[in-house]
Ligand binder design. Sequence first.
Ligand SMILES: NC(=O)c1ccc[n+]([C@@H]2O[C@H](COP(=O)([O-])OP(=O)(O)OC[C@H]3O[C@@H](n4cnc5c(N)ncnc54)[C@H](O)[C@@H]3O)[C@@H](O)[C@H]2O)c1
Length: 266
Amino acid sequence: MRLEGKVALVTGAARGIGHGVALRFAQEGARVGVLDLHEAACQQVVDEISAAGGEAVALAADITDEAQVARVVEALRTRFGVCTVLVNNAAVMPAGRIHETRPADFDRCVAVNLRGAYLVSRAVIPGMLSVNRGSIIHMASITGVLGLPGIAAYSATKGALIALARAMSTDYAACGIRVNAVSPGTIDSPMLHDFVAAQSDPERIRREFDQIHPIGRVGTIEEVANVCLFLASDEASFVTGANFPVDGGVGVKGEQPQDEAEAPCP
Ligand SMILES: NC(=O)c1ccc[n+]([C@@H]2O[C@H](COP(=O)([O-])OP(=O)(O)OC[C@H]3O[C@@H](n4cnc5c(N)ncnc54)[C@H](O)[C@@H]3O)[C@@H](O)[C@H]2O)c1
């Protein structure tokens, strides 16, 4: 029960890594706000947590909308009390080189991945300040520091989240609020399945994703959730401003799969 007494908010918690983080936090005694776009999907996760003996509340919201964010943060406070753990996990990943992307897709990517993290942090921090404690985790990516072809817009937001964690940590360290980033390598998740399915040779790309990680495989959702659990817990009481790779060593090796986005320039 490493999170007993804590109230956690996880964005993008209806599926993938956010879902895994929400379940893991609930297992460890946190009361969890399950935030995602659609009520039914959030409620399904809440039911799963309840069936396992945990406590959670469904918080349907689009994190790009300031009023919706304020509404669900207040609903969480009313239901469980002040939120002291926030995982900014929701993200979208438009594919394509910059000249191939539409400005609307770029804007949406920044609005969800970066501005969304800003809006939710902004809504939650006053409560954390009122109790003088908190842990904020921005879900970044190895693409925030490594170049991976075909996802420049997404990568830019992930690099920004790492910088945001570092900068925010200095603003709030003296107030008991720690802010860190987590940077997964390739994780076996719906986002990966979507990306692989969109490639011309999905099986080859999937194999290459395994091979580029020195550990010899892509990571699991649970492996990311465990690092979030540590950062959310009091075990990480002296850890702030850090960026934690959870990447099977690919960040130090830096090789990439050769997908079609690397096609020679015309
Ligand atoms: N899967 C990977 O290999 C991988 C690698 C590195 C980093 N990450 C990061 O981990 C996080 C989770 O990735 P995932 O693979 O689980 O993704 P995913 O696409 O499976 O899940 C993302 C969730 O965010 C939600 N979401 C999207 N826009 C939203 C919005 N505006 N408001 C509220 N919710 C919204 C979606 O509905 C979805 O449930 C992301 O930040 C991603 O960038 C993933």
